[in-house]
Write a protein that binds this ligand. Sequence first.
Ligand SMILES: Cc1ncc(COP(=O)(O)O)c(C=O)c1O
Length: 452
Amino acid sequence: MKNILTRRSFFHRAATGSAALTWLSSRQIPTVFAADDAKPALLGGEPVHSGGWSEWPIWRESWEPAIIKVLRSGKWYRGAGGHVAEFEKSYAKLIDAKRCLATASGTTSLMVSLHVMDVDAGDEVIVSPYTFIATYNAILINKALPVFADTDPETLTMDSASIESRINERTRAIVPVHIYGMPCDMDPINTIARKHRLAVIEDACQAWLAEYKGRKCGTLGDLGCFSFQNSKHIPSGEGGAVTGNSDDLLDRCQSFHNVGNGFGNFKGERPFFSRGSNYRMQQFQAVMLLQQFDKLILETARRRENADYLTSNLKEIPGIQPARLPENSRAVWHLYPFRYDASQFSGLSRDKFIRALSAEGIPSSGGYHEQYFDGLLDEAIQSRGFKRLFSAERLKNYRESFHELKGNRQVCASTVAIPQNLLLAERRDLDHIIEAIRKIQKHSAQLAKATA
Ligand SMILES: Cc1ncc(COP(=O)(O)O)c(C=O)c1O
């Protein structure tokens, strides 16, 4: 088949051969770049994609009876009914963990885990800087210092080579983040943790079903943390979970999240086993989540297949570098990221590239920025508590160390990330993403000059 199709013949083929274009069966190479010649949409041309994308979250009418049953039962809180415990069993089974504790959110799952791994006031925790702000905050709320490892520009996850130089006598834990659902390279992280006797808490809040060397994220360290917030692949408005393979740790998690009531091995030792809070999941959240296991599995397969398709095509475009995954691992793509090199696009800035892509009907974002310069950490380290817990010299060095995060700076400045719902689209719509990027590249000199 000739490689360059006209736009019209493509749509004809797409219409007549739509079965062949479905995501499960189609593995064809995209060949549809005739719109290269069209004017960029940012400069008034026709957008490459005008059909919209799938909404998120998606719910099904078939879920309603189970939710209404909880409503009518009046058994809404965890202690009154069995849905939360049922969810915990099912989720543990789904990711091959021995145990799971459901929590109110991903943030509270991190707080539970940090407490149980004995991260205390005045401790330090090595964490990935390229993450949602909740990862930093959970550490700060424990009055511990989040010490940032650098980010590997190729994988966008924690660069294990940067960990050891940041370990000192106060370091208690490492928190790698499987960002965008891409597994961190956990073997070297676990080796360093074992060598220095540090806890490993995986922030798997974006990594439901992601896999590293045949094991699921959330089972690779001491404890794993998940989020089921509204935007997530398995959402219940708010919600979270801690997973792990140690009964002792999970019993402690249960206790802490339930105002310190003893549980399992620690039941009945004394009226309240430990300090604690109320981080319990509601029955409504659990019943929502229990409906979504099949959907999560099917959609994960679809996102994977579509992400592979994008990667195999986008890596051929000069200046577009899809993320590299660790060997023998499988991502789940909460976002699909690639690094953008403006020099291959006539100097067109990353922000303008994103605007041009949006005008072509393809939503995207620049991902996380260098959040440690935003003032949150200044506010924390200038607080009375932190000043009491850390020496002025340590806090000064800490603040200066943000400038050493060169890999993270590169990632923050050059990433473009496509939202997960686009990966649920049909193959012909995915071709529009590829087509739009090629079109922008072709017209990049004109776009770079334009004031639009
Ligand atoms: C990487 C990461 N960590 C932690 C969280 C916190 O989860 P939640 O919003 O459920 O509290 C999120 C949620 O967006 C996240 O993406």
